[in-house]
Design a protein around this ligand. Structure first.
Ligand code: NAD
Ligand code: TYD
Length: 362
């Protein structure tokens, strides 16, 4: 039985990945989820699988070398899938240091512990051991509005402390592959959306605010472009890269679904109008009047767009969920999980929201 060590599995993409893997492989695999449970980590995301024999959770910080080393010593890990990170650009602008600590130092610890556990005395590695580092398209910087795509060969040009810390972590993984022939892959993915996404990110924030008749904050002119991918398609791509990809390679993952933020907002509002029953009081709340242009994000990247040609040609992966379908599924999930949203937005979230948005001028 193959054993996976998943870091950051209590977060948005990590928890979707774990669900995907159990749906796909059932009891053929074992998953150990290591997560520090920061504000972004939520064990509710994994409630339906927490009693499974072949799943276990360990609360640990990836910067804690001893804790990570012990996990490798006690378990014969075959695959590492490394999601754990600080992931929100706005937070990185306010408080960059924690991004360097978790994203750079944490990745160094993960690499070192895996290398230590997998390396043989002659410098080769135990058979079929693989490390996958989950990264972002934001490392490539920003594209012009009217053209171009990010390829695996695009030079790194990060702008935010978040993307700079992710770029640094990618460089560390590359250095391990080049220096030690360490068996790894890197994936750089575009913006994800779907169930379990924490409502500090644009799409769940808009859905949550619209349903409560709260303002929908649009940064700048609302014309920044992101390439949105349904999270399950990302989970599938990660698995396919690890099983079918060439070791030491980087693969870009994207949805071919570029949209301006303002378009996303209109699609969400239209979809809410379609999905809410006529007598649902929220139908009258979720209207365009809520759209509020606010001060722009500092250093706001204008456009991201991935060319997923390599992963398609080499591995046969393509996005399967069209945005119209994905956003309906996402909204349906938030409808059915009001309690999850209530818990996620209680306590610290209120403080975060006030600090982040009350200071922004309209
Ligand atoms: P998230 O913020 O929802 O989850 C991050 C998880 O990591 C949380 O469960 C958190 O508790 C955990 N974590 C944070 N610091 C930790 C530490 N020191 N030790 C152990 N665990 C820690 O993030 P996400 O959106 O699920 O992103 C996951 C990964 O995918 C990140 O590496 C991110 O850079 C990358 N990524 C995200 C997107 C996106 O659109 N969300 C797109 C491309 C790549
Ligand atoms: P976000 O979900 O934070 O992802 P990222 O910055 O990593 O792409 O933001 C997506 C886009 O939405 C980005 O261009 C910033 C914009 N945005 C807003 O306009 N208002 C908001 O309240 C948030 C959180 C984001």
């Amino acid at each position: 039985m193959r054993t996976y060590l998943v870091t950051g599995g209590a977060g948005f993409i990590g928890s979707n990945y774990i669900h995907y893997m159990f749906r796909k492989y059932g009891d053929e695999i074992k998953i150990i989820n290591v997560d520090a449970l920061t504000y972004a980590g939520n064990l509710e995301n994994l409630k339906s699988i927490e009693g499974k024999q072949n799943y276990s959770f360990i609360k640990a910080d990836i910067c804690d070398k001893e804790a990570i080393r012990e996990i490798f010593a006690k378990n014969d890990i075959d695959r590492v899938v490394h999601f754990a990170a600080e992931s929100h650009v706005d937070r990185s602008i306010k408080n960059p240091e924690v991004f360097v600590r978790t994203n750079v130092l944490g990745t160094a610890v993960m690499l070192n512990c895996a290398k230590e556990a997998w390396e043989l005395p002659d410098g080769t590695y135990k058979e079929d051991k693989k490390f996958l580092h989950v990264s972002t398209d934001e490392v490539y910087g920003s594209l012009e509005e009217d053209g171009g795509y990010f390829y695996e060969t695009t030079p790194y040009a990060p702008h935010s402390p978040y993307s700079a810390s992710k770029a640094s972590s990618d460089m560390l993984v590359r250095s391990y592959m080049d220096t030690y022939h360490f068996p790894a892959n890197i994936t750089n993915c575009s913006n994800n959306y779907g169930p379990y996404q924490f409502p500090e990110k644009f799409i769940p924030l808009v859905i949550n605010n619209a349903l409560q008749g709260k303002k929908l904050p649009v940064y700048g002119d609302g014309k920044n472009v992101r390439d949105w991918l349904y999270v399950e398609d990302h989970a599938k791509a990660i698995d396919m890269v690890q099983e079918k990809g060439r070791l030491f390679e980087t693969y870009n993952i994207g949805g071919h679904n570029e949209k301006q933020n303002i378009e996303i907002l209109h699609i969400i509002l239209d979809t809410l109008q379609e999905m809410l029953a006529d007598d649902d009081p929220r139908k009258k709340l979720a209207t365009e009047e809520l759209i509020t242009y606010v001060e722009d994000r500092k250093g706001h990247d204008r456009r991201y767009a991935i060319a997923p040609d390599k992963i398609k040609a080499e591995i046969g992966w393509e996005p399967e969920t069209m945005f119209k379908e994905g956003i309906r599924r996402t909204i349906k999930w938030y409808f059915e999980n009001e309690e999850w949203m209530k818990n996620a937005t209680s306590g610290d979230y209120q403080k975060y929201y006030a600090e982040m948005y009350n200071a922004k001028s309209e």
